[in-house]
Design a protein around this ligand. Sequence first.
Ligand code: PEP
Ligand code: MG
Length: 559
Amino acid sequence: MVTSSVPLLRGTPVVPGVAFAPALVVRAEVSPEALARFDSAAYADPDAALVAYDEAAQAVSDGFLRKAAAVTGDATKVLTASAGLARDKGLRGAVRKHLRAGEGLLESVQAGVDQFVTVFTGMGGLMAERVTDLRDIGLRITAHLVGEPEPGVGVPEAPSVLVAEDLAPADTAGLDPALVAALVTERGGPTSHTAIIARQLGIPCVVGVTGAMTVLPGTALLVDGTAGTVETAPDEQVARERVAADAAARAALASWSGPGRTADGRPVKVLANVADGASSRSAADAPVQGVGLFRTELCFLNRQDEPSVDEQASIYAEVLAPFGGDRYVVVRTLDAGSDKPVAFATHEGEENPALGVRGLRLSFDNPGLLDRQLDAVQRAAASTGTEAWVMAPMVATVAEAAEFADKVRSRGLRPGVMVEVPSAALLAHRMLEVVDFLSIGTNDLTQYTMAADRMATDLAHLTDAWQPAVLQLIAITAEAGRRAGKPVGVCGEAAADPLLACVLVGMGITSLSMAAAAVRPVGAQLARASSHDCEEAAEAALAASDPLAARDAVRALLG
Ligand code: PEP
Ligand code: MG
């Protein structure tokens, strides 16, 4: 294998697991030679140029659809969306405008894509996430025009570590976990597209790795998705032993069957995050004691009009029904706005949507929206017999919490609020005077504490829940819960990190809610640590100067 001069690279660990394989370096570019060879004079007529653009866009779209037909589930949706974006009328209109202004064909494609990149970036959140997708489509169309194969991930011949600047949805959607041993990206944070897909597929993944693109193709890489390290050209024998030890440890994790508790028997509720009836039914088969976060807004991303109370009640009942008996479901009221635009709720044209009218704030000038949703939850709880707790997102003041709690209690349901805004963490003790429980949304709490957009790929080192300031706010909230004798859970991505989960429990967190795929590793890690170990881990993490030091300190304590 070829070796590189960079021995150890570090980034943000996203999916645990150790892998050892040669690097397959993905370069998202069309070769400069092909670009130089392109005869732009042949497309001087704007109409002829537009025909060539249409053909290339259609070919790219067809390619996505072929890939979509070969995969299933989320991957199909992602690829079908990309196929649509390649033929987007707005994008075509932008390209045509530049052609008519006398610009060359390749320049017009680039300018059209850039124009949309600016628009999507300005919209922020989920739309900004599509920028990688859009640039990828621009590259593919350009490749067709200059007669090159489309850039992106080829099919590896043997298990490989994919190394890329960032991966477009179209690249990750068709990944075969049997051939992709690990994913390493130079950009991207824990909530980036690459991270989400890696988590779903269970492929060890480290993102935000400075220097990743300096790795030479074929270099042997030892990737540790727990430590966030990428070792180049390690000793082969040692690397193989580490992979084997990791595989054995994972096999032990997979057999964990609940219920959640520490090695000395302290109970910790292990719960699932769900988005709809289908994910709820599949989560119900995992060893969980309930649902800790039902993101209701995800049911309505494609809806233009608000569904009636009846329709909402039947959607919610599908989610509640699998969790009858002694389990329960925490329903979160609509968290529309910012990165989750819902047509019938979101305020349009906000300058700064993440700090705007999102979550509970939507009810300030539209209280009926919240009232109708609560009526529907009440009906769903009654029709299924499942215990329903209800919490509001983006709560900033105690008065908001109190008003929400009154509405929920008047319907015979149990009220709580999410702690996603630093003000809510600082006032957790007073929030708990008016609600029955708190649930910490570490994704947003991190974003708002660090003033760093959770989707910004360049700020991954800041959007990390291991940041000492974030841990401090979690500790304050957990302590308030302990004093009040009321439950305080975590339902952000932090709960899915086995080591961080122990830290959270050491702070006094009483429940952990996560993607169903993370339940067993988290439950098993917790079962190996005593309450005392968790408390020591919490102290060590809080005392560390940065996320890297915190992870290292906790790993040294918990193994
Ligand atoms: C969070 O912010 O941590 C959270 C759970 O909410 P969402 O990720 O849906 O914003
Ligand atoms: Mg949130």
